[in-house]
Design a protein around this ligand. Structure first.
Ligand code: ATP
Ligand code: MG
Length: 356
């Protein structure tokens, strides 16, 4: 699967037009603030139905305009995705059919996005690591996506009840039961997924470090997955604390991933370089996992990560990525020039074709 063409109208600072892509490595380069990330954002939007950098889709509408159109076609026109954004609605069409739920979009275009903040995956808080899990699993399984949505909806309802002044706490068990049902399904998915990517990530990490370091990533659920009574019992046990804190303190919204290098927790004991290598290995492992599950490579979007890596890691990244890759960077590194990739210069919202 690869994207052949992206068309856009009134998209942020971009001049109305199209971006033609090849099936291998595509490089979009240019100075800061020219529109490179805006192009990747549009591709991500077509795959996931939202932006990777804002929750407010209206920001994509060009200043002074009332609507934005994004249209994406994959090779052989296998898949056509259209997005129509106005101030009050977001419409998404897959092969001319308007979708009703975002879940219907997932899986049509598989993407892995890699931004500089992903290099801090190991160092940062658990929120980023949960997003890391969810982004792949939602694309691979509609059931996961729907269960996750229902879990968070129920969690909100439970939290609203906990926040109420004159609350009747006797009904809380209804939410607990639902949370436990969805939560346990999600835990199983997460457990299997992390076990799978651990195998890939540890090989990649070992390759980058010439076998000097051993990486291990482990699922660290908030509720012990083998515990009898599971999440439901933990919710009941912690009810008093939840009432006091006015929020739900147990469940999959508190899950994490434990990352160790040579047996030591990387977040606490790893050097910055080790943490970044581990993050890179984790990100790359998702590409291999998607390939294993779907027998095709996802489209990899690399937004400005090259400048953040040393030459050794840059080269490793390039040689290990298969399938369609779209890279943005400010300067074109010499070794990229040598490789004769398709390059496009982005300047003031316009795309200029160049051969290296
Ligand atoms: P960098 O190398 O710094 O990451 P970039 O080329 O990735 O730069 P983009 O993030 O794509 O830059 O943004 C380009 C420009 O788009 C910014 O200058 C921003 O002000 C402009 N912009 C953002 N939203 C809108 C909008 N809704 N309408 C018009 N212009 C916008
Ligand atoms: Mg950018």
């Amino acid at each position: 699967m690869f994207i052949e063409k992206l068309e856009f109208k009134n998209l942020r600072n971009l001049e109305d037009g199209e971006l033609l892509l090849n099936e291998n490595i595509n490089i979009l380069y240019g100075d800061n603030a020219q529109g490179k990330t805006n192009l990747l954002e549009a591709i991500y939007f077509a795959a996931i139905g939202r932006s990777h950098r804002t929750n407010n889709y209206k920001e994509l509408i060009k200043f002074g305009e009332t609507e934005t159109l994004i249209s994406l076609v994959t090779f052989n026109a296998d898949t056509r995705i259209k997005i129509h954004l106005t101030k009050n609605l977001k419409e998404i069409y897959v092969d001319s059919f308007k979708i009703k739920k975002l879940g219907e979009l997932f899986g049509n275009l598989l993407v892995v996005i890699f931004s500089p903040e992903d290099l801090d995956l190991v160092k940062h808080g658990p929120n980023l690591r949960r997003k890391f899990i969810d982004l792949t699993l939602c694309q691979l399984s509609k059931v996961y996506y729907y269960d996750l949505g229902l879990y968070y909806k129920t969690l909100n309802q439970r939290n609203n009840l906990l926040k109420k002044k004159d609350k009747d706490i006797s009904t809380i068990f209804l939410w607990d039961e639902q949370l436990a049902t969805y939560g346990e399904k999600i835990m199983n998915y997460r457990q299997n997924y992390i076990k799978e990517i651990n195998e890939f990530a540890s090989i990649i990490h070992s390759d980058i470090t010439n076998g000097k370091e051993t990486l291990e990533i482990l699922y660290k659920p908030n509720v012990n997955i083998n515990l009898q009574g599971g999440l439901k019992e933990k919710l009941e046990k912690n009810l008093e604390r939840d009432i006091l804190l006015k929020t739900t303190t147990s469940g999959i919204h508190r899950d994490d991933i434990l990352v160790t290098i040579n047996g030591l927790e990387a977040k606490t004991y790893g050097s910055q370089g080790q943490q970044r290598t581990a993050s890179l290995a984790m990100k790359l492992s998702t590409v291999l996992h998607i390939h294993k599950e779907k027998e095709l490579y996802p489209i990899v979007l690399l937004d400005d990560v090259f400048s953040e890596l040393d030459k050794n890691r840059q080269e490793f990244l390039l040689k290990s990525l298969k399938g369609q890759v779209i890279i943005t960077c400010t300067g074109v590194e010499d070794f990229l020039k040598d490789l004769n990739y398709d390059m496009k210069k982005i300047k003031e919202g316009k795309i200029y074709e160049q051969r290296s």
